[in-house]
Design a protein around this ligand. Structure first.
Ligand code: HEM
Length: 149
């Protein structure tokens, strides 16, 4: 029997994930809450990480883990103030990006379901911004800031 075709392939491969994430980051670049959270001024490397992560999650190449190790996404987001407002902004930009790539409904539904659940799981604070200890940013996790580190 042949291998089942992955979601990644059915959706159109890396090109589809690139278009999704590029559209998403166009929204993030204009967002005055999310944009300042990114440690690098250039959103290109962050876009590359998210593209490779999503491609891997949906059955594409495992380049993300080869470069970054185990995703540990909740832990990697701990330095950032991911409150419900940030989550809803993230999801708003992602919704626009999902609309833009116009997948067939049978593919769009599971993709959106996953993104919504993942975004809800990433919330790590209900405190208003500016309250509580100021974290040292990603440096405090001991994880590399850039993929080349
Ligand atoms: C809920 C709101 C979210 C916010 C505000 C947020 C914000 C951020 C920020 C500021 C970074 C650091 C940028 C970088 O240098 O890569 C980041 C990284 C990342 N995020 Fe999110 N994120 C959210 C949700 C998600 C979700 C739902 C996913 C997955 C479906 C995700 C996947 C990633 C990945 C893969 C990275 C790169 C991790 C690494 O290898 O270092 N994020 N996010």
């Amino acid at each position: 029997m042949s291998e089942p075709i992955s979601f990644y392939e059915q959706a159109g491969g890396m090109d589809t994930f690139r278009r999704l994430v590029d559209a998403f980051y166009r929204g993030v670049a204009r967002d005055d809450v999310l944009k300042p959270m990114y440690p690098e001024e250039d959103l290109g490397p962050a876009a590359e990480r998210l593209t490779l992560f999503l491609a891997q999650y949906w059955g594409g190449p495992t380049t993300y883990s080869e470069n970054r190790g185990h995703p540990r996404l909740r832990m990697r987001h701990m330095p950032f103030h991911v409150d419900p407002d940030a989550r809803d902004r993230w999801l708003g930009h992602m919704r626009a990006a999902v609309d833009e790539i116009a997948l067939p409904p049978a593919l769009e539904a599971p993709l959106w379901d996953y993104l919504e659940r993942a975004a809800h799981a990433m919330v790590n604070t209900f405190e208003p911004r500016g309250i509580g200890p100021t974290g040292p940013g990603r440096a405090g996790t001991g994880l590399p800031i850039r993929s080349a580190d």
